[in-house]
Design a protein around this ligand. Structure first.
Ligand code: ARG
Length: 261
């Protein structure tokens, strides 16, 4: 995670960002601290990366890299405003003893567009990450990478449209995908939770699950009810200040997946 010490909205690279709207950085920090405290309470370890003053979006740690089997695929950002974040995250991994690192050739925005399930990696494209980056990721990890096409600019990263709940269980917003990608998801995940548009609109799919607890924006009460029905324990958090940058729970969380022992 990356503390939003320098969080502000002074440029716009997604429809949620309005630089004319005031942002309360102290409130963003307080909300983020609550998310961090919750992870600790749930028994997870939280590592921190030092926030850089020139990169107000760096709080969205999910975008910084993707780690599968301890192998770190660095990020290469589409927008120049975030360009420096990729190298900063890669450096963090290098300094923390990760040995298999790949500095990417093609644009990919980390776990914003790569979501790791039990048997494959789901990969978003259409707004940020490129199709070439999906092939690059598959080659690097040696795991099947399945490309999905995003169509709604409000859901510009895959992690705003779909969340992995456990192994090969996912929940998603069908309306965020092309008909072909929707058909593919239906085939791969029959019976998956489909989020209502109203739940997607409060960033309900930008969730983090440990297989039992699902941490999601507290406004997504309908989705929380659907999760409860399936036996999950939804936990709502308030990250509304960070939503002004177009991100919530998952965006603030980069998952460290070690190599199998
Ligand atoms: N302002 C950031 C951007 O547009 C938000 C990134 C949100 N992160 C995410 N994983 N969806 O790039």
């Amino acid at each position: 995670m990356c503390r939003p010490t320098h969080f502000r909205v002074d440029y716009s690279i997604n429809p949620w960002m309005d630089p004319t709207k005031p942002v309360d950085t102290a409130l963003a920090v307080a909300q983020w601290e609550q998310l961090r405290a919750l992870y600790l309470e749930l028994g997870h370890t939280v590592e921190l990366i030092e926030p850089l003053a020139d990169y107000p979006d760096m709080v969205y740690a999910a975008n910084g890299a993707t780690v599968v089997d301890g192998k770190v695929l660095g990020a290469r950002f589409r927008n120049p405003e975030r360009a420096g974040e990729g190298p900063a995250y890669l450096e963090w991994f290098r300094a923390h003893g990760y040995q298999e690192l790949h500095d990417p050739v093609h644009v990919n925005e980390g776990e914003g567009d790569f979501l790791v399930t039990g048997s494959r990696v789901l990969a978003g494209k259409g707004f940020r990450s490129t199709p070439e980056s999906h092939a690059e990721a598959q080659e690097f990890w040696g795991r099947p990478v399945v490309s999905l096409d995003l169509v709604d600019e409000r859901y510009y990263h895959l992690d705003t449209a779909l969340a992995v709940l456990d192994g090969d269980e996912v929940m998603y917003n069908p309306a965020a995908f092309t008909p072909a990608s929707r058909a593919l998801l239906e085939e791969l995940y029959p019976g998956a939770i489909h989020a209502e548009p109203s739940q997607a609109a409060v960033f309900g799919l930008n969730a983090v699950s440990d297989g039992k607890h699902v941490v999601l924006p507290e406004a997504a009460t309908g989705l929380a009810a659907q999760l409860r029905e399936r036996g999950y324990e939804p936990i709502g958090v308030d990250l509304t200040e960070l939503l002004k940058g177009g991100g919530s729970v998952k965006c603030c969380t980069l998952e460290l997946r070690p190599a199998a022992a």
